[in-house]
Ligand binder design. Structure first.
Ligand code: ADP
Ligand code: MG
Length: 569
C-alpha cells in the first residue's frame, strides 16, 4: 500500500483531463472557443439531458484538413502557439492543445470537418486510448464535434453532476456571455430538441442585451469607452436605475476572453457605489483590452481567470471607465447628443421606465433650442404643484415630471460636496506633529510610498532611525490614530502598489450623510424660486438618475403613457 508506483498512462490522462473538463459546460466552452478561433460566423450548440447524453457543436469555420484530424485529438497538439513566449501574445481562445484530447479521455468524441478547398469532409472517432481511422463523409464547410456519454467511464465524476436542468443552466449562461461578447457571431442553443436561444439577425450589443437579459434594459444602457496607456475598457453598462440582486448580469472579458473575476466586478461596484443601493448590482458587458505581455492567460485549467502584471492599475482603469460612463450622461457629452428614444421604444415602455423618462426630462428641461418645448431655463414662472410638501409635479411641456424634492436636492448637494473635497481643501494640520516608529521593513516601504502619501494630502517625512513624522492628514481620514492609519496604508500599498487611492470613495458615507442632512427635507413647502434653482442645478449635476443611496430622483409620464392609461391607443 505504501510503495511508490508510477500510474498507468490512461489514469494519468484521466486525471489531467479532469482539470480541464469537470462538467458538461466545460466541454461546451472548449468546443465553442474552438469554433470562435476557427473564424465561425454561426455556431450551433445541441444539448441532450444537460449535456451528459450529448453535446454537439456545429460551426461554419475554417475546418480541419483530413490529414490533421488524428493530430487534433492528440495530447498537446495545437495550431495556435509554438512556444511558451507565444502564450503572452496569443489572441486565440485556445492555446494548450489539450481540449479535444481531454474530452476523448472522459467521453466519446466524434469530429467531422471539411475545409473550403476539400471536396469531402472527414470523420474521426476517439474514446480513451482508441483513436479510430479517418473516413470520408459528406459535410458542409466547417466542423461538427459530437460528445456522447460524458463521464460514463468515470463514475465518481458523474456523482458530482447536478440535475440536467442545472447543468444546462450553466451552459445557457455561458452561451449568453459569449453571445454578448461576440455580437457578430450567430449563436443557436437547443436543449432536448427545443431551441432556447437564437441570436440570428441580432447583431448589435444593445439588441442582444435586451433579448438575452430582458427588455427592461432597452434604452437604459450607457456606453463605456475609456483608454489609458495602452489599456482600454469598452462595452455597455446599465444606468443606475436598472439594478439586479446579484452579479449574474455582469460579464467581463479580457482581450475577448471570458473570465470570472471577482476583483473586476468589485471595481464596477465601487464605481457605482454612490449611485445604486447597497447590495444591488449594475448590468454590464465590458471588455478590458490589455497590451501584449501584460497578462498571463495560462493560470487556470479552464482559462477562467488571468493574471495581470499590474492588477491594481487594471482595477483603477475599470473603475474610472465605469465612473466616466455613469457621469458621462451630462458630463463631456452634451445631453443633446443623446439619441432620443424612438417612438417604438416609447410605446413599449411602462411608465416606470426611468432611462427613457430621463431623456424626456432633459429634452424638456434642457431645451437645446427646441422652441415647441415650453419651459426654459429662463422661464421665471415652470408652473409646478407641490404635493404632500414632498413631491414636485412639473409640466415639462412634453411630459409630466414628478420629482422627489429631498432626493433631488441630496444628489445636487452630494456632487457639490464631492467636488469640494476633490479640490482638497480638506487637509488638516495636526495640532501637534506626531512621530511614528516603524519596523525596519515598514520604514523601507515608506521610502517608496512617500509620494503616494503626498498625493493623498498627508504631510509626512522620514525622521531617521526607523521613524517618520506626520504633520498633516486628510480630514476625511483623520481619526484618533494617525499611526494606525499610516501603517494600514503602507500595508495595502504593498499589496497593490499600482492602485491609486480614492479618498472620495473612502469618504463616501460621510459625504452622503452631509448631503442628506443639508438637503431640503420631505415635508417642507418650497418657494417657486427654490424649485426653479433646484431644477436648473439638477440639469448640471452628474449622476442625475438616482440619489446617492440609489433612489430614483424623478418619474415621468409622456403623452403616450397617458394615452395608454386612458385606453386611447
Ligand atoms: P487548442 O484550441 O488549444 O489549440 P484543442 O484541443 O481545442 O486545442 O484543438 C486542437 C486543434 O484542433 C486546434 O488547434 C485547431 O487547429 C483544431 N480545431 C479544433 N476545433 C476546431 C474547429 N471547430 N475548427 C477548426 N479547427 C479546430
Ligand atoms: Mg481549444
Amino acid at each position: 500500500m505504501h510503495h511508490i508506483k508510477k500510474l498507468d498512462g490512461l489514469t494519468i490522462a484521466k486525471i489531467a483531463a479532469g482539470e480541464v473538463i469537470d462538467r458538461p459546460v466545460s466541454v461546451v466552452k472548449e468546443l465553442v472557443e474552438n469554433s470562435i478561433d476557427s473564424g465561425a460566423q454561426r455556431i450551433q450548440v445541441f444539448i441532450q439531458r444537460g449535456g451528459t447524453d450529448l453535446i454537439r457543436v456545429v460551426d461554419d469555420g475554417r475546418g480541419i484538413v483530413a490529414g490533421e484530424l488524428a493530430l487534433a485529438v492528440e495530447d498537446h497538439a495545437t495550431s495556435k502557439i509554438q512556444s511558451v513566449d507565444d502564450l503572452f501574445l496569443a489572441r486565440s481562445m485556445g492555446f494548450r492543445g489539450e481540449a479535444l484530447a481531454s474530452i476523448r479521455h472522459v467521453a466519446r468524441l466524434q469530429i467531422v470537418s471539411r475545409t473550403a478547398d476539400s471536396p469531402f469532409g472527414a470523420q474521426i472517432d476517439a474514446y480513451g486510448l482508441e483513436i479510430g481511422t479517418i473516413t470520408p463523409v459528406a459535410h458542409s464547410k466547417g466542423t461538427s464535434v459530437t460528445v456522447r456519454d460524458l463521464f460514463r467511464n468515470i463514475p465518481v465524476r458523474q456523482k458530482f453532476l447536478k440535475s440536467p436542468a442545472t447543468e444546462f443552466s450553466y451552459i445557457h449562461d455561458l452561451l449568453v456571455g459569449l453571445a454578448l461578447h461576440y455580437p457578430a457571431i450567430e449563436f443557436v442553443l437547443s436543449h432536448d430538441e427545443k431551441e432556447v436561444l437564437n441570436t440570428r439577425g441580432i447583431l448589435s450589443l444593445d439588441d442582444r442585451l435586451a433579448v438575452l437579459w430582458g427588455k427592461e434594459l432597452k434604452g437604459k444602457l450607457l456606453p463605456v469607452k475609456f483608454e489609458l496607456s495602452d489599456y482600454s475598457v469598452t462595452g455597455l453598462i446599465s444606468n443606475p436605475t436598472v439594478t439586479y440582486s446579484n452579479r449574474s448580469r455582469q460579464v467581463v472579458t479580457v482581450n475577448g476572453r471570458l473570465i470570472k473575476s471577482p476583483v473586476l466586478q468589485k471595481a464596477v461596484s465601487q464605481a457605482a457605489a454612490d449611485a445604486i443601493p447597497n447590495g444591488r448590482f449594475l448590468a454590464c458587458v465590458v471588455n478590458i483590452g490589455v497590451p501584449n505581455g501584460h497578462v498571463d492567460i495560462n493560470i487556470h485549467p479552464q482559462k477562467l481567470d488571468v493574471r495581470f502584471a499590474n492588477s491594481g492599475f487594471v482595477f483603477d482603469v475599470v473603475m474610472k471607465a465605469v465612473r466616466l460612463a455613469l457621469s458621462g450622461i451630462r458630463g463631456e457629452e452634451p445631453l443633446a447628443a443623446m439619441a432620443p428614444p424612438s417612438s417604438a421604444v416609447w410605446l413599449n415602455q411602462p411608465p416606470d421606465n426611468m432611462a427613457a423618462h430621463t431623456n424626456v426630462l432633459f429634452q424638456a428641461l434642457d431645451w437645446g433650442g427646441q422652441s415647441e418645448i415650453l419651459p426654459t431655463r429662463s422661464t421665471r414662472d415652470i408652473s409646478f404643484i407641490q404635493m404632500f410638501d414632498t413631491y414636485l409635479i412639473v409640466n415639462a411641456g412634453n411630459a409630466l415630471v414628478v420629482l422627489d424634492q429631498h432626493a433631488v436636492h441630496e444628489r445636487i448637494l452630494y456632487e457639490k460636496i464631492k467636488d469640494r473635497s476633490i479640490e482638497s481643501t480638506y487637509c488638516q494640520p495636526l495640532l501637534a506633529a506626531e512621530v511614528i516608529g516603524l519596523s525596519p521593513d515598514q520604514h523601507a516601504r515608506f521610502a517608496e510610498a512617500e509620494s503616494v502619501f503626498k498625493e493623498m494630502g498627508f504631510e509626512v517625512e522620514d525622521f531617521g532611525a526607523n521613524q517618520i513624522i506626520v504633520r498633516q492628514v486628510p480630514v476625511s481620514l483623520a481619526g484618533p490614530s494617525p499611526e494606525r492609519l499610516i501603517v494600514s496604508i503602507l500595508d495595502s500599498f504593498f499589496d497593490n502598489p499600482d492602485m491609486s487611492w480614492d479618498l472620495v470613495l473612502q469618504d463616501k458615507d460621510r459625504l452622503q450623510r452631509m448631503a442628506c442632512r443639508a438637503a431640503i427635507k420631505a415635508g417642507k413647502r418650497m418657494a417657486s424660486e427654490e424649485v426653479m434653482a433646484m431644477i436648473s442645478d439638477l440639469i448640471d449635476t452628474p449622476g442625475n438618475y438616482t440619489c446617492p443611496h440609489g433612489r430614483p430622483l424623478f418619474i415621468t409620464w409622456t403623452k403616450s403613457d397617458f394615452e395608454k392609461m386612458f385606453l386611447r391607443t
